[in-house]
Design a protein around this ligand. Structure first.
Ligand code: ATP
Ligand code: MG
Length: 353
């Protein structure tokens, strides 16, 4: 259908995490994106069990309340699938037309994907001509578990939203980075540490070179505090955030933080070592840290020491336009890194692939 004059519009970015849901509305034309609204709503622990959606109605209620509070009227949203439910793979194929590629993908998909083809949704994109072989091209293959798409459909149906774009956390994070900080001519590692999980995306010029889900997150700290002092999750969470200072011995708390975070460093080191094993010459220039758990005091410094890579906090909201009257800059500084994925989603538009 001819649609020369229809305008593309930004979608509502909806990042459904296990600790909180985040909503963001932005406006983008050709200049710096402008923030229109942003909000976050906590979820009770039981909404997700071991990272899987357990109570869609609880999550939908939180989203609906937040959307009402933010006066969001649009129904078209962009959501993203967690790294755990996604496989990203780069394959090399002989240069061919789009139609030929579609036929080939249809018949040969099974050989590239380590899952049952009936259980995944697959998308692919030609990203470049192959560096190593003339007459070959690099194709990025993305397979997402259907189960996680069904989870989203359930949530969105309950809160009356339409999923217009189903993205992937890794891409939403790098999209957020590309538009705000910008990829130069060097490799950067993006690391988002949430509550239940973390994702690492080592990217070059916007394209993922290495993606990995790492099973570390803030819940581990909360749960260790909970078990150690035999207290509720809620109390443990507030102790972690430093809200019950003096009630529990500082020495014990320090020990819990040190031992948990030492474990995290081992996991991160393993991921970076794996990357260097494959790309020994391609140095990571900087690691950008986001997600709610990047607020753990000193985490950036510990990462820098363990990985021997410069580490910076990634706050994309500080690089877009917003009204200081509407959003307190101190709040933006605080919340920005946690909103990194939702911004990546809010940058997506209706009229695009
Ligand atoms: N000041 C702080 N100190 C330590 N941890 C913090 C702080 N602020 C937030 N967190 C932690 O950040 C985590 C929430 O981060 P985030 O919102 O990125 O997670 P999520 O996206 O909901 O979860 P996930 O993506 O893992 O499912 C929680 O574990 C929370 O306790
Ligand atoms: Mg998250």
């Amino acid at each position: 259908m001819l649609s020369l004059f229809s305008k593309s519009e930004n979608l509502i970015g909806l990042d459904v995490g296990s600790h909180s849901v985040k909503l963001m509305q932005a406006y983008t034309d050709n200049s710096t994106p402008r923030l229109l609204s942003m909000g976050i709503a906590p979820l009770p622990r039981e909404a997700f069990i071991e990272g899987r959606l357990a109570k869609p109605e609880v999550v939908a209620d939180a989203i609906r309340l937040l959307a009402n509070h933010l006066k969001i009227k649009r129904k078209a949203v962009a959501v993203s699938i967690s790294g755990y439910d996604v496989m990203i793979k780069k394959i090399e194929l002989p240069t061919m037309t789009e139609d030929e590629l579609a036929v080939r993908m249809h018949s040969e998909l099974g050989q590239y994907i380590p899952y049952n083809i009936d259980e995944v949704d697959v998308d692919y994109q030609v990203i470049d001509v192959s560096k190593n072989r003339p007459n070959f091209m690099d194709v990025l293959l993305v397979a997402a578990k259907k189960e996680s798409i069904t989870d989203f459909n359930n949530i969105l149906r309950l809160c009356g939203f339409d999923a217009f774009v189903v993205d992937v956390d890794f891409f939403a994070l790098s999209n957020s980075f590309e538009v705000t900080y910008g990829f130069g001519d060097e490799r950067v590692a993006l690391l988002d540490i949430g509550a239940n999980k973390s994702i690492m995306n080592i990217a070059y010029k916007g394209l993922p070179v290495f993606t990995r889900s790492i099973s570390i997150g803030g819940n581990q700290l909360t749960d260790t505090i909970k078990d150690f002092f035999n207290i509720s999750v809620e109390e443990a969470e507030s102790v972690k955030l430093g809200e019950s200072v003096g009630k529990y011995p500082m020495r014990d708390l320090e020990e819990i933080f040190v031992s948990t975070i030492t474990g995290w460093m081992t996991e991160c080191r393993r991921a970076v070592d794996f990357y260097y094993h494959n790309y020994p010459e391609e140095k990571i220039a900087t690691l950008y840290l986001s997600g709610g758990s990047c607020r753990i005091p000193g985490l950036d410094k510990v990462l820098r020491e363990h990985l021997d890579i410069p580490v910076e906090i990634f706050n994309p909201i500080s690089r877009i336009q917003y009204e200081a009257k509407q959003f307190d800059p101190a709040y933006v500084d605080y919340i920005g890194p946690q909103m990194a994925i939702s911004l990546g989603l809010a940058l997506r538009k209706t009229k695009e692939k």
